[in-house]
Design a protein around this ligand. Structure first.
Ligand code: PMP
Length: 437
């Protein structure tokens, strides 16, 4: 198993402060944050307004426990998210994994409430990542991270990745949708609780937008067979791709969705699972409330942080800016790497862009995973004063080494140029050091 994202190594620099798009380590070295950590810090670091909102909340009360109280921050954030997403009800949690786990439990509670207790299995895709808790991990198609735990997961069915770079057929959207329908029919629709997918696949695939028209086909198929459509927007949601939810780009509303990373921008941990009235009403009628929840559900300081983050995103018009910058980032990266024959694909949307390195552009064959190119690029980037998010390991041959960029939504144009320049330089230096090309 390649511990690609779980580096616990000794040699990491110690970060001591940050401001905006920059961080400094204990030696005074400066880094530009090209990926917001793992696509989290969407307003950069130490934003005075967000900090003030959290401090003010903490002065009044840090956390009003949900069995005893509601709070202004919780109620206001609930309304903001209803307005942003069209969802009816939600539960707040403290991480993306908990958000996905909650989505699964909401789906199961919905089917139970409707007397369809046989619907217990989920369908998901290879080259997806849904989190580190056992439920979410079992649905993840990310062999490097799941192999050690095989056999302990809730039963699920895995489909091929939905990726236009490695399409299943000439009409990729139709082929991917047909694969989903066939899997539902083979298992028996009455056994399937939901289809879980990332509308723009993050770490496991590398900023892979859904094939055009795919989401609408998935919506139709899910409706046809009573299967819940569950969008995992932990990474691609909350504005990252230039629309508030990634699926808004496709004009499709899921039944249940998860969000986390950008919601409170990393100032305080916060995630959420949201569902439509269709899902909520049977649950409300049967049980009155979600069965799922945690000690820190609706943490007040976290809700205050998210409220401030969402207010700033709207006030400063950041979503259209993110949408427009996406085209620029891809164009700059593509132009600067045009002569590098090992760049297989440059893709993504908004501030969620990826370059995929392959050994053979014609066959799209990845580099041998033992070369660990992605780790070398990450280390080189750090030397060059850049935080980016390379992922690799590729034990299944279904993806090359990828380098993800996910800058803050409020990064300046000069900062975006610096991020692209340092990314290109780091990739080129590693290829040269490895004598590739
Ligand atoms: N779903 C997706 C799509 C993710 O990208 C992640 C985290 N990378 C998770 C779920 C899990 O989130 P967390 O790490 O906060 O538990």
């Amino acid at each position: 198993m390649t511990r690609d994202s779980l580096t616990t190594t000794q040699a990491l620099p110690k970060v001591t402060r940050a401001k905006g798009s920059y961080l400094w380590d204990a030696t005074g070295k400066r880094y530009i944050d090209g990926s917001g950590g793992p696509a989290v810090y969407c307003l950069g670091h130490a934003h005075d307004e967000v900090n003030e909102a959290v401090f003010a909340q903490m002065r009044d009360i840090a956390h009003g426990y949900r069995y005893n109280f509601t709070t202004d921050a919780l109620e206001e954030l609930t309304q903001v998210l209803r307005d942003r997403t069209g969802m009816a009800e939600m539960v707040f949690v403290s991480s993306g994994s908990e958000a996905v786990e909650s989505c699964l439990k909401i789906a199961l509670q919905y089917h139970t409430a409707r007397g369809e207790k046989t619907r217990r299995r989920f369908i998901s895709r290879e080259r997806s990542w849904h989190g580190n808790t056992l439920g979410a991990l079992g649905l993840s198609g990310f062999a490097e991270r799941t192999l050690a735990y095989e056999g302990a997961f809730i039963p699920s069915i895995k489909l091929s990745p939905a990726n236009d770079y490695r399409p299943l057929g000439p009409d990729n959207a139709a082929a991917c949708a047909a694969e989903l329908e066939a899997a539902i029919l083979k298992a028996g629709p009455e056994t399937i609780a939901g289809f879980v997918f990332e509308p723009v696949v993050g770490a496991a695939g590398g900023c892979v937008p859904a094939p055009a028209g795919y989401a609408a086909l998935v919506r139709e198929i899910c409706d046809r067979y009573g299967v819940l459509m569950i969008a995992d927007e932990v990474m691609c949601g909350a504005g990252r791709t230039g629309t508030w939810s990634a699926l808004q780009h496709d004009g499709v509303t899921p039944d249940i969705m998860s969000i986390a990373k950008g919601l409170a921008a990393g100032y305080v941990p916060l995630g959420a699972a949201l569902c439509t009235a269709k899902v909520w009403e049977p649950i409300r009628a049967a049980d009155g409330a979600f069965g799922t929840g945690h000690t820190f559900t609706g943490h007040t300081a976290a809700c205050a942080a998210a409220l401030a983050v969402q207010r700033i995103i709207t006030r400063d018009g950041l979503l259209p800016r993110v949408a427009e910058n996406g085209g620029l980032l891809k164009a700059w990266l593509g132009a600067a790497l045009a002569d590098v024959e090992f760049i297989g694909d440059i893709r993504g949307r908004g501030h969620f862009i990826c370059a995929e390195l392959v050994e053979n552009r014609a066959t799209k064959a990845p580099f041998d995973p033992s070369r660990k190119l992605f780790l070398k690029i990450r280390a080189r980037a750090m030397e060059n004063g850049l935080i980016c998010y390379p992922v690799g390991g590729n034990v299944d041959g279904k993806r090359g080494d990828i380098v993800i960029l996910a800058p803050p939504y409020n990064a300046t144009e000069a900062e975006l140029v610096e991020i692209v320049d340092k990314t290109v330089r780091s990739i080129r230096e590693v290829l040269a050091l490895e004598r590739i090309g």
